[in-house]
Design a protein around this ligand. Structure first.
Ligand code: NAP
Length: 274
């Protein structure tokens, strides 16, 4: 029997700490990756309206017959859809494409300056009340904006870029202190961690790769989830094979020292980061 997956429990929900990211997976590849991930044992899938793969993700979710209620499914409302009158139709379209009655988590994908946050959140909370999403959260929110969001209601999650080269220590502590799940996106630094000499050396002690060490680093931290993307079956399997070892305090210190504030996702509309 394989070791138990790590699970985070917040607001009475169980979130598998390891999920599958699906950005830049399209068509058959998206469907196949989701289906393969579920077959391997993943029970947490991340998509977004802007990825234009919700229909394929939906097909992948149904392919192997995994019960819907055992999967934690996230989608994100794109920037053009956060105006209060647009939120509902866009979410209803997401649900149709995903072939599901509800998502587990609905995120505001990026903060949008011109639309009052309170108004978007009010719509999302209404959808939550109606059972169309179990939780409401945000993505790419620095501390000040997350603090503002928390004034309007329960924010379950902040999904942000985090990897050994961008440790986001202050934001992580803020989320932990406020019971907000922090989901790390681009956790493999978009593949760059694979040949890191320190991670490789740490992994050698346990028979693991640098990428597996990077993912395990997140599991060692309270209240953190991680959503690596993988199209290749070998990568999907390797990334799931991280529940049978743990990192020592010394390993954790060495990984913390890799932080160099290296941000990979910084579009023109990005907020002022922490
Ligand atoms: P990532 O997960 O850091 O890296 C993905 C890359 O790493 C792919 O090239 C993949 O290759 C490779 N890879 C996967 N497993 C590997 C392994 N075990 N060994 C070596 N290489 C491996 O990058 P990401 O896609 O940017 O981030 C992950 C997810 O976060 C996205 O898919 C998306 O769901 C989410 N995200 C959210 C936002 C946001 O604004 N909220 C922004 C960016 C990303 P193959 O695909 O060839 O297997």
């Amino acid at each position: 029997m394989s070791p138990q997956q790590t699970v985070r429990i917040l607001q009475n929900s169980r979130v598998p700490a390891l999920g599958l990211g699906t950005w830049q997976l399209s068509g058959r590849a998206a469907e196949d990756s989701v289906a393969a991930a579920l077959d391997i044992g993943y029970r947490h899938i991340d998509t977004a309206q802007i990825y234009e793969n919700e229909a394929e993700v939906g097909r992948g979710l149904r392919a192997g017959g995994t019960p819907r209620e055992s999967i934690f499914l996230t989608t994100k409302v794109w920037m053009s859809q956060v105006a209060p009158d647009r939120v509902r139709p866009s979410v209803e379209e997401s649900l149709r494409k995903l072939q599901t009655e509800y998502v587990d988590l609905l995120l505001i994908h990026w903060p949008v300056k011109d639309v009052p946050l309170e108004a978007t959140l009010a719509e999302l909370f209404r959808l939550q009340h109606e059972g169309k999403t179990r939780h409401v959260g945000v993505s790419n929110f620095p501390i000040a904006l997350l603090e503002a969001a928390l004034k309007h209601g329960p924010i379950f999650n902040n999904q942000v870029e985090r990897h050994p080269y961008l440790a986001q220590t202050r934001l992580t502590h803020f989320c932990q202190a406020h019971g907000v799940l922090l989901t790390a996106y681009s956790p493999l630094a978009r593949g760059k961690v694979s040949d890191d000499p320190v991670l490789t050396e740490i992994g050698a002690q346990y028979g693991k790769t640098a990428a597996q060490v990077a993912l395990r680093w997140f599991l060692e931290q309270d209240g953190v989830a991680v959503i690596p993307k993988a199209a290749k079956r070998a990568h999907l399997e390797a990334n799931f094979n991280i529940f049978d070892f743990s990192l020592s305090a010394e390993d954790m210190t060495r990984i913390a020292a890799l932080d160099r504030g290296q941000r990979l996702i910084h579009p023109g509309w990005a907020p002022a980061w922490d």
